[in-house]
Design a binder for this molecule. Structure first.
Ligand SMILES: Nc1ncnc2c1ncn2[C@@H]1O[C@H](COP(=O)(O)OP(=O)(O)OP(=O)(O)O)[C@@H](O)[C@H]1O
Length: 312
């Protein structure tokens, strides 16, 4: 075990994909971070950032080019079997044998891990992902959301301390997404460390204790979710003025200004450079009297966009 007790420890992890006829692709560039035990950890990044590559290295599906990785204290090179047993992966792609039933799929998976029949958790897992009534239906007759839930059950068959979900809710409707997250949160309360990638930043903001962002193979953020959001420098004030706005005012301290109603303006500014008082003073200088003001707080999406844009 590592002294710090990290669930996952990645140090200088690098992956270069060689390809015939074109330049090698550097998909991960010396990425280092820890996933603390017991957390829900979000791994975010634009398409092609390197998230799946990282997850697939941990799962033993992709061979790294450099650096080290430990899963639950087991080095993936020195103790690959123990590392693999410590992690359950819900892959991005839905791949099933269409003629197996959910019960059979879980039994076969348990067999692959060498779990004796009396220690299997098939019924419990089916019930946890609400598939008991579909236990004996062909997998091909399940809806997309049911297939996703079956994948989560499959990943938990060997009771790993870490569950990794790669885009588990892509294309899943809101109600089923909520059900899936309820179950994942339940697992987390029961002590499972969860790592997830998602394109739904609102979900990540609600669920994750900590967030790392990868962009073009490089780690560009790794912080508790709240601290990360607090870093957002863009702020918006919504101002109601005393008369109809004919020409939209402009001032050096505005980053963006938009007329959102006859008498309302939405103004974005950088809170590290100016404050709301400067913005309001600039409006008054234009002869506008301010009737009402409200501010909009930045969210994870604002931070994500400004960080990934800045890195580009
Ligand atoms: N087998 C491969 N051979 C060559 N290049 C690859 C291979 N797999 C991935 N890549 C490239 O490596 C980079 C990282 O891909 P990866 O799938 O890890 O990104 P991602 O962050 O998971 O993206 P997404 O959110 O779209 O799934 C991309 O530029 C991708 O094209």
């Amino acid at each position: 075990m590592t002294e710090t007790g990290a669930a996952i420890r990645i140090d200088q992890l690098t992956k270069t994909y060689a390809s015939k006829g074109s330049a090698p692709k550097l998909a991960l560039d010396s990425v280092s971070f820890d996933v603390p035990r017991g957390q829900i950890f979000g791994l975010l990044g634009p398409n092609g950032a390197g998230k799946s590559t990282l997850i697939n290295i941990l799962a033993g599906l992709v061979v790294k080019s450099g650096g080290t990785a430990e899963v639950w204290g087991f080095d993936i090179d020195q103790h690959p079997r123990n590392a693999k047993r410590s992690i359950g992966i819900v892959p991005q792609e839905i791949l099933f044998d269409p003629f197996f039933t959910p019960r059979e799929a879980l039994e076969i998976q348990a067999g692959l891990y060498g779990i004796p029949a009396h220690q299997r958790r098939t019924a419990e897992l089916l019930s946890a992902v609400r598939l008991t009534d579909k236990a004996n239906a062909y997998a091909r007759t399940l809806s997309g959301g049911m297939k996703r839930r079956l994948l989560v059950a499959k990943a938990m068959v060997h009771s790993p301390p870490i569950l990794v979900l790669d885009e588990p809710t892509a294309g899943v409707d809101i109600e089923l997404r909520q059900q899936l997250w309820d179950y994942v949160q339940q697992l987390n309360r029961d002590g499972v460390t969860v790592v997830l990638t998602t394109h739904y930043l609102e979900e990540a903001e609600q669920l994750c204790d900590r967030i790392a962002i990868i962009n073009h193979g490089k780690l560009i953020a790794n912080e508790p979710t709240r601290a990360l959001i607090a870093k957002a420098q863009d702020k918006v004030v919504v101002v109601e003025v005393d008369r109809d706005i004919e020409t939209v005012p402009d001032a050096a301290c505005f980053d963006r200004v938009e007329r959102t109603g006859e008498r309302t303006l939405e103004i974005q500014y950088r809170k590290d450079r100016v404050n709301a008082g400067d913005v309001l003073a600039a409006l008054q200088k234009e002869g506008l009297q301010i009737i009402d003001v409200s501010t909009k707080d930045p969210d994870l999406e604002d931070v994500f966009l400004s960080l990934t844009r800045a890195a580009a």
